[in-house]
Write a protein that binds this ligand. Structure first.
Ligand SMILES: [Fe+2]
Ligand SMILES: [Fe+2]
Length: 173
């Protein structure tokens, strides 16, 4: 799959600042954190990569944006077969992960749980240390993983994968 093309297609319609609170730096931290968790949980890495890109792709504001997960899932569906080549099982899990990512659930397929944890572990960006009771997997509840995530999120760290894997120019360029 061409992740640069997918990322740029998403950005063409993204209505908020690209490097804003729910923009590409958050997406990239979710992806890096999700892949780190996947080493322990065995989550499907393709689902983690696509969740990172799509789950907040259709936000319309930086606050409580009801329905943005469902809109992201709908957008994902619109690009299926053309840009997104995944199995029906992968699609169904990814769709579910996007739709329900803000509902606070913890029980789901391990790939879905890993996506939700990766998103919740980035709460340090708004000054909140993730509480293990709201996380799904043992890998995410690990204090070392929480420390690693908070250190990155509180400074709104921008992983270089934004440029190397998604082909998106850095901020201030
Ligand atoms: Fe979200
Ligand atoms: Fe998010």
């Amino acid at each position: 799959m061409d992740y640069k093309k997918i990322a740029n297609t998403i950005l063409l319609q993204y209505s908020l600042p690209i490097y804003g609170r729910h923009g590409v730096s958050h997406w990239a931290r979710v992806m890096a954190g999700g892949l780190k968790l996947a080493e322990k949980t065995g989550a499907d890495q393709t689902i983690v990569r696509l969740f990172a890109l799509f789950h907040d792709s259709r936000r319309e504001n930086e606050k409580m944006d009801h329905g943005h997960g469902a809109r992201g899932a709908e957008f994902l569906e619109s690009l299926r077969d053309d840009l997104i080549q995944i199995s029906d099982r992968q699609f169904n899990l990814l769709h579910y992960a996007c739709v329900y990512h803000t509902d606070g659930m913890t029980d789901a397929d391990i790939s879905v749980q890993t996506c939700w944890d990766a998103d919740r572990l980035d709460l340090g960006r708004i000054g909140v240390r993730p509480d293990p009771k709201f996380l799904c997997t043992d890998a995410a509840k690990d204090e070392k993983m929480i420390d690693w995530s908070v250190a990155r999120s509180k400074i709104r760290f921008s992983p270089s994968l934004i440029q190397t894997e998604w082909g998106i120019p850095p901020q201030n360029n």
